[in-house]
Every structure is written in structure tokens, then in C-alpha cells.
Design a binder for this molecule. Structure first.
Ligand SMILES: Cc1ncc(COP(=O)(O)O)c(C=O)c1O
Length: 417
């Protein structure tokens, strides 16, 4: 990382008690809007996540879509030690982009269905990349096998097993991804893989999204918490039983499964406690977007921010910032909106929200005196999506800007394709 000349040293760190004057000093020489990653908070989160593993032999695989900044991925690799192993990319194109940036050991979290993407993965395997593709359908197996044969190589694959909870007919609690919900159907797909020339079964992936991605104490959910606790307890038991049943069945069929992946940031403890699991995928926890503020026993520190400049004032108790948007993906709702981190007392205006090019805020009693040109610091609801809006990120350590690095988008590759 290239040292950066600005280097304002501050008394407190961004995610902790840094007041608005300190943020202003930090950003005095910067063009706004800008994105910021606090490396001290990343290190805190990394240490916390390593320690949260129930077993030390369970490694952490980084969900790259939840980071999207190559220098931060490298930082995790350098500081994660033996606790970190490999990357979980989202698409074939992203995997290629990361391989070209010097990353290797990929387990794809999502399947590819088109020959073009299968070709990208097969070409990577032929180039010597360690890449395990994800499958849950005979179609995925067929396109990968054909691409592998065309490249004279073999593509290892991973079967995605569904862990959604279906407590009653018509009730589905979890993600809609894989159709494989029992050992019989997983074994049937494993047989298709064994028959196809060009692919081999190497891993099993099972993601309990309704445990990993649902906060325990999200604001406004107090009444729903008993139901949430029940849902999570049932889902943890289901994950344990299904993963072990699937693995036993695959072993009986003669498959040696070296990698058993599960979980996410919010299920790290329970997933890593399962005997069958060899690794847990973690992404959001490193940067702690605001949706990750409310998990029990996981005191992560906010590590990713964006700063917007105040550019006009329509009324004495309002300020308007240049730019906006930054709404997170997922089921639409207020929890998908960014949160103002600093200064205190700023509320987005209901009629406009986080606008397309401008975002007005009402300044409450606790807001400090704000001037045109001052920054407003905010946090995204999700981790990696913020960096799709920026080409560059300021890295902060010890309260000083220590580097400015490109996002993956800034290197020329974006999540659109
Ligand atoms: C397959 C899979 N594993 C793990 C995760 C968890 O990632 P994170 O820790 O960023 O929530 C995700 C997130 O969507 C996922 O799709």
C-alpha cells in the first residue's frame, strides 16, 4: 500500500468516539463524496471473528462480495493467519478479476448456468487456479463438464444444499436457492457428477441464511424476538442434522468431501460448532455495516463509511448534501437505508429520502453548527455494496488517512458483469 501524504492524526478512531470536528479534520483535504475504511476497526473485527469460532480448526472463507476492495482483501489475508482460508466469489467474472489480482483458492457461492461463464471457470482451472464451482442442478454439471473438456481440464464442484426451514406446508423461511433438501437428492446429483467427464465432487456448501443474516435485536423487532429465537434454534438444529446426514450419505457412496462450508457472519458460532463443518464463510463482519450492529455476542466495530458534502441550506434547520442513493439490496424497507454516523441529530427528509443526486437532512437540537462544505458521515446497511459507488477508498489507521486504494470497480471490474 502506498503511503499517503495527508496523514491528519486524530485523537479517536472513526468507528468509536470520533466527534464531528475530528471527521472534518480527517477529510479536510479530500474530495467528497468519498468512501472510508478504518483498518483499526477491521483488525478488531478480524480478531473478534477469529475468536468467535467454536473450533480453531474451522477456517474462515471470505465472502468477497461483502468487501469488494482488493487491498482490504489482501489486508485480511496478511493478518488473518491460519484462521483465514480462501475466498467465496459471486460470479465467474469476479473470480477471474480476483485471480488476476493475485488471489486464489476460490469456492463459488453461486452456480453458473450459461456456457460463457462455465468457460471462464474452466479457463481459470486450466490456468492453474484453484476454483470449486457451485452446482445444484444437472444443467450446471453439464455446462461445466463441457467447458472443462473443451479446455482439457477438470473443474471441481460443490453441491449447494438448502437449509431453509419449512415448519408447515407452504411456509418457507430462508433463501430460495438450491432444491436439495435431503441426502437422497444430493446423492442423486453426486452420481450425475461422478458420471460426467470433466467435473469431480470436491465440496458441500449449505448456507443457513435465516440464522446468519437475521439480526437478534434489530430496532423495532422487540415483539418478534421470541419467534426469531425459535426460528434460529430450529434452523441451527436442522442445519446440523441435514449437513451430517448429507455427508454420511456421500461418504457411503465413496465420495471424499474435503470442504464442508456453511454459515455467514451471523451464524459463525453455531456453524463452527458443527462436527461436519470445515469452514465458515464470513464477509460482512469485517466491515460491520449497520445491519450487523444487532447480533447477540458479536460486538463488531463499524469499519466502512461514506462522506457526503453539505452543499446548500434550504432552511435554517436543514442542510442538503450532494449525492445520495446508497440504498441496500434485499426486501425493501427502512432497514435498507443508510444511517447517519456523524454529526448527531441529522434525519433524512421523508419526502425525498436518500435522493438520486441530493440528500436533505433536518437538523435536530443535538446537531452541531454545520457549514456548507462540511461532511456528513454515513454507514451503508450492507458491506460490499457501498464500494460499487466508488472507484477509490481512503484507508484510515490510528485516526489518519494512510492510503487510498481502488475498489474492485476502480480496477475496472463491476458487479454488473
Ligand atoms: C453462500 C453464502 N455464504 C455466506 C454468506 C455470508 O456472507 P456475510 O458474512 O457477508 O453475511 C452469504 C451471503 O450472502 C452467502 O450467500
Amino acid at each position: 500500500m502506498r503511503p499517503h501524504g495527508v496523514g491528519h492524526v486524530l485523537a479517536a478512531l472513526p468507528g468509536e468516539t470520533m466527534n464531528h470536528e475530528a471527521w472534518k479534520t480527517l477529510l479536510a483535504a479530500e474530495s467528497l463524496p468519498c468512501a472510508i475504511v478504518d483498518l483499526d476497526a477491521v483488525d478488531h473485527n478480524l480478531a473478534l471473528l477469529r475468536a468467535a469460532r467454536a473450533r480453531e480448526d474451522v477456517t474462515l472463507r471470505v465472502a468477497t462480495k461483502s468487501v469488494r476492495v482488493p487491498a482490504v482483501l489482501r489486508h485480511l489475508r496478511e493478518h488473518g493467519g491460519s484462521a483465514l482460508r480462501g475466498w467465496m466469489p459471486w460470479s465467474a467474472g469476479e473470480t477471474r478479476a480476483l485471480f488476476e489480482q493475485g488471489f486464489d483458492d476460490f469456492l463459488m457461492g453461486y452456480p453458473v448456468a450459461r456456457p460463457q461463464e462455465a468457460d471462464t471457470l474452466a479457463a481459470l482451472a486450466a490456468d492453474g487456479a484453484q476454483v470449486i464451482a457451485c452446482v445444484d442442478d444437472a444443467h450446471h454439471v453439464a455446462v461445466l463438464a463441457e467447458a472443462a473438456r473443451a479446455h482439457g481440464t477438470e473443474v471441481p464442484v460443490c453441491i449447494d444444499v438448502d437449509l431453509s426451514l419449512r415448519p408447515a406446508a407452504g411456509v418457507h423461511l430462508g433463501v430460495r436457492r438450491s432444491p436439495h433438501r435431503d441426502a437422497v437428492s444430493v446423492v442423486a446429483l453426486a452420481r450425475r457428477i461422478a458420471e460426467a467427464e470433466g467435473v469431480r465432487l470436491a465440496a458441500v456448501l449449505a448456507y443457513e441464511a435465516q440464522v446468519a443474516g437475521l439480526a437478534d435485536r434489530a430496532p423495532g423487532t422487540a415483539l418478534k424476538r421470541p419467534v426469531l429465537r425459535w426460528l434460529k434454534a430450529r434452523s441451527v438444529a436442522l442445519a446440523r442434522e441435514r449437513r451430517s446426514a448429507v455427508l454420511e450419505a456421500l461418504e457411503r457412496e465413496g465420495h471424499a468431501i474435503a470442504v464442508v462450508n456453511g454459515g455467514g457472519t451471523g451464524s459463525l458460532r453455531t456453524t463452527s460448532a458443527e462436527a461436519a463443518v470445515t469452514e465458515v464463510t464470513v464477509g460482512s463482519g469485517f466491515l460491520c455495516p449497520h445491519l450487523f450492529d444487532h447480533y447477540d455476542g458479536l460486538p463488531l466495530r463499524p469499519a466502512a463509511f461514506f462522506a457526503l458534502p453539505i452543499c446548500r441550506r434550504s432552511d435554517p434547520d436543514h442542510v442538503t448534501c450532494l449525492t445520495g442513493g446508497f440504498i441496500a439490496s434485499g426486501a425493501p424497507g427502512p432497514d435498507r437505508l443508510p444511517q447517519v454516523h456523524s454529526p448527531p441529530g441529522l434525519t433524512p427528509v421523508a419526502l425525498e429520502g436518500w435522493g438520486e443526486v441530493q440528500t436533505p437532512f433536518r437538523c435536530g437540537r443535538d446537531a452541531p453548527q454545520l457549514r456548507l462544505g462540511d461532511p456528513v458521515i454515513a454507514r451503508h446497511a450492507k458491506a460490499g455494496e457501498l464500494f460499487e459507488h466508488f472507484r477509490e477508498v481512503l484507508l484510515v489507521r490510528g485516526g489518519a488517512v494512510v492510503d487510498r486504494v481502488p475498489t474492485l470497480r476502480g480496477t475496472g471490474w463491476g458487479y454488473g458483469g
